[in-house]
Design a binder for this molecule. Sequence first.
Ligand SMILES: Nc1nc2c(ncn2[C@@H]2O[C@H](COP(=O)(O)OP(=O)(O)OP(=O)(O)O)[C@@H](O)[C@H]2O)c(=O)[nH]1
Ligand SMILES: [Mg+2]
Length: 420
Amino acid sequence: MLATLTRVKSPRWPSPDICLGYMLGQQVRRNELSSFSPGCSSVPAAWRRRATGGVRGVGTSCVLCAKVRGNTKKTELSEKKLTHHFVDHRNVKLVAGSGGKGACSFHSEPRKEWGGPDGGNGGDGGSIIIKADRVVKSLAQITPVYKGEDGQSGGSKNCYGRNGSPKYISVPLGTVVKEQGKAVVDLSEHGQEYVAVFGGAGGKGNRFYLSNENRAPMVATPGMQGQERVLQLELRTMAHAGLVGFPNAGKSSLLRAISNARPAVAAYPFTTLNPHVGIVKYRDHEQVAVADIPGIIRGAHLNRGLGISFLRHIERCRFLLFVLDLSTPEPWTQLQHLRYELDQYESGLSQRPQAIIANKMDLPEAQEKLGTLKGLVTQRVIPVSALTGQNTEELILHLRELYDGYLQAEDSGESKPTRW
Ligand SMILES: Nc1nc2c(ncn2[C@@H]2O[C@H](COP(=O)(O)OP(=O)(O)OP(=O)(O)O)[C@@H](O)[C@H]2O)c(=O)[nH]1
Ligand SMILES: [Mg+2]
């Protein structure tokens, strides 16, 4: 026990042999650096000059090396990192502020010794308000617990306690607030607010209880507890158009080709793990939001693949762009499967205004399949190549037609209003 205490209390100096080793290490490193021969071609002259200048020169070598390698381009975020940034559901516990307690005091001053009760009321606790904000893009910044500000206690001389100020939680447009699985509110308008929990009322000071019957009340009440709730915040990506397709169909490549979004693209399935929204801008400054929804496979409605969580995002798109991979043997079967999955999730979901996009038209076998596909479907088929950018103009123009149709429907009150 004593030995342990001594060990804990003793100052943490490195042992002499560690010190010596460290010093030797420094020495060896210095020697190594100074031993660079001037004729060593793999090390640039500028780097060598700095390095031989001592340890200080080594500190700047990373920057120098990066410059030598010509690695000045900013690397793109990987899907893993993008996943970290995009969060589409969160459970939060909200506890509103409690009310401050009322004061119990009596006024007294020279020549007015029995001045009567003067205890002020406590302030009300702060509420917590969930507010839709178009600047916020994901629920990543939402913390698990929020506590409202408590009201201050009342004081003597009839001083009332200050009310706790309300706390705002900013969420993206299209956030659905749920409690025990049931939707409570859908925050789809910028600035829309929902008072999730109310702060507790402040307690009463003894002045409040002054009456003709009781000239010297000794009662003061404590503040009430703030409301407490556990809520689920769920983000349904709100985009005008949704790119729906099997994994590897080229949805992310297409979104990169037509918008400013930069989702990851790779030749393996399920590259995209979260929806990405890109904005297609038109000359008249109109903007259409297009969402790249992660790949859907057969049985997605039974939670296979990435499951139903992404069918939820499709539900919120006004029109659909079915992306078919024309490098597969029978691309039209993909369309049937996609429609089936959407309808299994919500009946009539596959009947939204739509277009079929035949992707990978740059491949030689695609032309023949395009003819067969056109013969099998009644909807408009737009052949494109996301890789080469071939015919993406037709897609962008058709997107605008779909968007205008949606706006007309919204004006005539046919569809549910949705704003981006
Ligand atoms: N030849 C050719 N290849 C394409 C085209 N579009 C996409 N690809 C390739 O197809 C592969 C998959 O592309 P992605 O854009 O990642 O496909 P995705 O549909 O987003 O895939 P998931 O994210 O897994 O659902 C990549 O290797 C792309 O380079 C195209 O028009 N032509
Ligand atoms: Mg993708």
